[in-house]
Write a protein that binds this ligand. Structure first.
Ligand code: 26V
Length: 801
């Protein structure tokens, strides 16, 4: 293996020659005729060549040292773009840019042409991507297992302010970052029946598909280690029905192929409600079974005793979506390897961990026993055996705690019972998992539930997304902070230095200018980089309360119009986010934000004091532009509902102040950055529960707030929907009568906090102090810290470097 302390050595001249070699021999074109796509491919392949070396070395070392491996099973990996991230981790970003310059090409232009790998909905999928990168950085031998969706998360556009979904097509152009492993393929069964032969159960599936592996290398900081993200594509077991083809029925002949491929065709875009759809269950089993067959094959290549599996294998279930890993591992151990059921359950449990990412009841998976029994008849039997085994081991188990109840399989309970450790994703969330979600199981298994507060990778979210701030950090605290984020604390002693504060402000200003250009290009709306950039970017959901933000925006607009000469702070409200396609209330909020933007941005009386900008199709790449430019981070969920949040971490790390409730990781962010550097407002999780007991809570809140009444009246009168004055009557009615997320109850407190924000903005030097302290005190939220926590407390693995 290469000397790991040395950065990769290659000069621009050699790099240029390699790009040209790929252009000629891999792309079959020449510099005079090459398109942007050709250049991007040649550049990507040149960088990819440099990834392969540490990738092979890491794999070889793991085999030679017979290391324990971590397997991260997730239905979602929200990777984003790969090229620049890989270039930066390999230390090749500047050499590549220099090499390209000599060829008349621009690195940023080529990097921008790469489609996002959008194989995820939001937080859960992006967390998985950050964790893969941290495992590679720390030298933790690991595989990510996911599905190679042909279509990632839909593309969002707006038609008259309303969300329209279009299919996403990242694979229509060749993906240079994947290797098709035709030799790594497994048969996945569905349906059929179970036969008992000599006391042994034999499952005869009625349908089968092939899971075929595609590997993406994941390279860590400075190329010291690389792991594999293995994505499964579904293929038919029989390509063509030749009988039908020969009879001339060509469409029907291709049917087996079409049916099989459906399995990995699209990512389910609804992260709010579990729908009980057969195809989703099949996708979950497809991922899980392929991963487990692969894990056992790898283990058995060098071991024979499956009883020692937990010494070499740690499997993490990213939410309950891969929770069939329990029953599937038990099935393989019992049916294929002859291990007794009780022992198999014990072995499987010792390998498995379960991370919970949501408390929302409608998102908790429960499959009907009818569907489960039909699609996976053998697994249904095993789930019942697991449930019986657990009941027997815990005679004091209350009846309602079972895995199977009222003709449903509760996947949370299944994952819990089959896991060695169960974790929440922030301190508050973990307490709520114990208290509200699994109180009885927590009592039966004290110590099983642990906390691992989320983190984000500083390589992508500071070093790559924010080069201006990165340079300042390196100048101030020296090299190496990217893999040791606690060193950001070294900024703190410089905060009283005016020169440092100026430099910090200048970096933010540069990012805001870049973002303003980008926003103008996308939306036609010009933002003044001197204004306060107030940012809320995340999935659109009632509990995240974009509605609260836009109602306050309306109140602000009204105040500016009524009192044009007052000392108003110029604000740019930036929104980004997609609604689930079937989530009508969220779509109404999307529509409202766009309608408010149209009115406010075209109101000459506002004179640039307020802009509302909502570019369509928020994704990882948009986050990389907007987050470094933010002054204010909106983290305003109804307390108790946001498990953690990770955007909150990215924004504060990049020097935004947070306006937020005591929810998820906000609590820990505030503890670390200091209460005086955080705009807190709103009811606590306990107060939310209490408040809902008053059936008239929202009416009381509205009656107490002149400002909210005015806003609701404007909505009711159709001020923002003159073409259809009753468009927002539903919104108004819900706030009055069914305000489950307590928008009304928190409105006044939120307005007060926003007034404090404006006050602080009026003393720019004070603002910069607090912003810089946010960056300096956020080192804890590196995903490296989180992964070390998983390695120590859950996986019991050691880094290989
Ligand atoms: C849920 C469902 C429900 C069933 C149908 C398909 C589907 C797909 C995705 C999800 C994910 C919901 C859970 C989730 O994304 N939770 C978020 O996880 C983040 C990482 O831990 C955390 O920061 C956010 O607070 C939490 O909302």
């Amino acid at each position: 293996m290469r000397d790991q302390s040395e950065p990769m050595q290659i000069d621009a001249e050699t790099f240029r020659a390699e790009i040209l070699r790929h252009l000629t021999y891999s792309l079959g074109t020449d510099p005079d005729h090459a398109s942007t796509h050709d250049w991007r491919m040649a550049l990507s392949l040149t960088i990819r060549d440099r990834v392969v070396e540490p990738w092979f070395a890491s794999t070889r070392q793991t085999w030679e040292q017979d290391r324990k491996r971590v397997y991260y099973l997730s239905m979602e990996f929200l990777i984003g773009r790969v090229l620049e991230d890989a270039a930066i981790n390999l230390g090749l970003r500047d050499i590549a840019a220099e090499a390209l310059e000599g060829l008349g090409q621009d690195f940023a232009t080529l990097a921008d042409a790469e489609p996002d790998a959008a194989l995820g909905n939001g937080g859960l999928g992006r967390l998985a991507a950050c964790y893969l990168e941290s495992m590679a950085t720390l030298g933790c031998p690991a595989y990510g297992y996911g599905i190679r969706y042909e279509h990632g998360l839909f593309r969002q556009s707006f038609d008259h302010g309303r969300q329209v979904e279009m299919p996403e097509n990242w694979l229509t152009v060749q993906n240079p970052w994947e290797f098709d492993r035709v030799e790594s393929a497994y048969t996945i069964g569905f349906k059929g029946h179970v036969e008992v032969i000599d006391g042994r159960s034999v499952w005869h599936p009625g349908e089968t598909v092939i899971a075929s592996a595609h590997d993406m290398p994941v390279v860590g900081w400075q190329g010291r280690w690389a792991n594999t993200l293995r994505l499964w594509a579904a293929k038919p077991t029989t390509l063509l029905d030749l009988d039908r083809f020969n009879r001339g029925d060509y469409t029907a002949a291709a049917e087996p192929e079409t049916l099989a491929r459906t399995l990995s065709r699209v990512l389910y875009p609804d992260d709010t409600t579990y729908a009980g759809k057969e195809l989703r269950l099949k996708q979950e089993f497809f991922l899980t079974s392929a991963a487990l067959q692969d894990i056992l094959r790898r283990y058995l290549a060098t071991h024979s005793d499956l009883r020692a599996l937990p010494d070499k294998v740690a499997i993490q279930m990213n939410d309950t979506h891969p929770a069939l890993a329990g029953p599937e591992l038990v099935r393989l151990l019992v049916d294929d390897h002859g291990i007794e059921m009780g022992e198999a359950i014990g072995i499987a449990r010792s390998c498995l961990g379960y991370t919970n990412h949501t408390l929302l009841p409608e998102a908790l998976e429960r499959w009907s026993t009818w569907l489960m029994g039909n699609v996976l008849p053998r697994h249904m039997q095993i789930i019942e055996a697991i449930d019986a085994d657990h009941a027997k081991a815990h005679p004091d188990r209350p009846a309602h705690v079972g895995i199977v109840a009222q003709n449903e399989v509760k996947m949370g309970e299944l994952a819990f019972v089959m896991a060695d450790k169960v974790n929440g994703v922030s301190a508050l969330h973990t307490e709520l998992v114990k208290k509200n979600l699994f109180p009885d199981l927590d009592r039966l298994h004290p110590g099983r539930i642990v906390n691992q507060t989320n983190g984000v990778t500083p390589r992508r979210w500071i070093r790559m997304a924010n080069p201006a701030l990165s340079r300042l950090i390196t100048e101030t605290v020296g090299e190496g902070w990217e893999s040791d984020l606690d060193r950001l604390a070294g900024l703190e002693s410089h905060v009283e230095d005016a020169g440092f504060r100026d430099a910090f402000a200048a970096a933010k200003r540069a990012n805001k200018e870049r973002a303003a250009d980008w926003l103008a290009d996308r939306t036609g709306v010009q933002a003044d980089p001197a204004a306060l950039f107030d940012v809320q970017v995340k999935r659109i959901h009632e509990y995240k309360r974009q509605l609260l933000n836009i109602l306050q925006t309306i109140a602000l607009w009204k105040r500016i119009r009524e009192n044009p000469d007052a000392d108003h702070v110029p604000v740019v409200k930036i929104f980004g986010g997609k609604s689930a396609p079937g989530y009508a209330v969220a779509k109404e909020i999307v529509n409202l934000i766009n309608d408010v933007a149209a009115v406010v941005n075209n109101d000459s009386e506002v004179r640039g004091l307020l802009k509302v900008i909502y570019p369509a199709n928020y994704n990882v790449s948009m986050a990389e532009v907007v987050i470094p430019a933010a002054d204010l981070s909106e983290q305003i969920s109804t307390a108790g509902k946001e498990a953690s949040g990770t955007g909150n971490m990215k924004l504060s790390l990049n020097g935004a102040l947070t306006i937020g409730t005591l929810d998820g990781a906000n609590v820990e962010i505030r503890e670390r950055v200091g209460a005086e550097n955080f705009f807190l407002f709103g009811l606590t999780a306990d107060q939310v529960i209490q408040r809902r007991k008053d059936a008239l809570h929202s009416r009381h809140a509205i009656e107490a707030s002149q400002s909210l009444r005015d806003v609701l009246q404007m909505l009711a009168e159709g001020v923002f929907s003159p073409d259809q004055p009753d468009r927002y009557h539903g919104v108004v009615d819900r706030i009055w009568h069914h305000d489950y997320f307590l928008v009304a109850d928190d409105f006044d407190a939120y307005e007060t906090a926003q007034a404090q924000v404006a006050d602080l903005w009026r003393t720019p030097d004070e603002w910069v102090r607090k912003a810089a302290l946010n960056t300096a005190r956020m080192g804890f939220f590196s995903s490296d810290r989180a992964i070390r926590g998983y390695m120590n407390d859950i996986w019991r693995t050691e880094p290989a470097i």
